[in-house]
Design a protein around this ligand. Structure first.
Ligand code: 13P
Length: 280
């Protein structure tokens, strides 16, 4: 069933578990992700990010995600990940996404507040929830990796001010997490997470989930992170499965099936770690 981000994350916050938000770029990945959620009786968030539109345009992914959500026996939220402009968020809302992220993290604080609030106002009118971001989640494999650079981490007092000013439903934070494939396993700043969680009731979001250590995942889940984004791990699992499958005598249908099966496996692994199994 289609379910709102705030209902899914509200239950997660109360139950002290996190719900996986999986970037799905194909029919096979989306079907595999929902199959895993149904098998494990877990809520799930299906998402696609604006940078992924060249291979997975939101106009094409929206109907796929929405149909899967409506037909599913578990709560499914259909979310725009990293909307880079207010206009992209508005277009996603028109397409039926029931949750959108406006990513104003690179903007000056006041500008991030102004644009996020604009998206929140439009979204609320249509019963859509909004995720925002404060602090900088950089990219793995760049100079950001390995730096315990608290300057780019989310500031707890600013987080409180930001939520008061925007009314966002979920907040993505920076605590040493990075997008993409890490060279070395990161060490997240769980103390900073605790400080942020102590100041705001809003569910917190961890981006850059792929490659996080089991220990840090658990610490996040138990200290206020309610949504964990996973993209790279699903792409690596799919590529690896296709490579192995193609070592035999492959068929195109077989390739599609191997991607779906690899997605079921990768999503299930994360759901178990996030403790959302049996929560649907
Ligand atoms: P990863 O690719 O590192 O899993 O990050 C996913 C993400 O945060 C999408 O917003």
């Amino acid at each position: 069933m289609l379910a709102s981000l705030s209902s899914i994350l509200g239950a997660a916050r109360k139950g002290r578990y996190a719900v996986g938000a999986f970037n799905c770029l194909s029919l096979e990945q989306a079907r595999g992700a929902v199959a895993a959620a149904e098998k494990l009786r877990s809520p799930i968030i299906l998402q696609v990010a604006e940078v992924q539109f060249p291979c997975a345009p939101m106009e094409l992914m929206a109907p796929v995600f929405l149909r899967l959500a409506h037909d599913a026996s578990v709560p499914v939220c259909v979310h725009l990940d990293h909307g880079q402009s207010v206009d992209t968020c508005f277009r996603a809302i028109k397409l039926g996404f029931n949750s959108v992220m406006f990513d104003g993290a690179a903007l000056p604080f006041e500008e991030n507040v102004r644009c996020t609030a604009q998206v929140v106002t439009a979204a609320k009118d249509r019963g859509v929830d909004v995720e925002a971001e404060l602090g900088r989640v950089g990219d793995a494999g760049t100079v950001d990796e390995g730096r315990q650079n608290v300057d780019i981490f989310t500031d707890p007092a600013q987080a409180e001010e930001f939520i008061d000013a925007t009314g966002a439903d979920a907040l993505a934070i920076a605590i040493g997490n990075l997008h993409g494939k890490y060279i070395a396993t990161p060490k997240l700043n769980i103390e900073r997470l605790r400080e942020i969680a102590a100041r705001i009731d809003t569910p917190l979001v961890l981006h850059g989930g792929s490659g996080t250590s089991v220990e840090d995942f658990k610490a996040c889940v138990h200290n206020g992170i309610c949504k964990i984004n996973v993209a790279t791990a699903l792409q690596l699992a799919a590529a690896d499965a296709v490579q192995k499958y193609c070592a035999g005598s492959p068929s195109y249908i077989g390739i599609k099936e191997s991607v779906e099966a690899a997605t079921v496996e990768a999503v299930s692994w994360h759901m178990d770690l996030f403790e959302s199994v049996g929560k649907a």
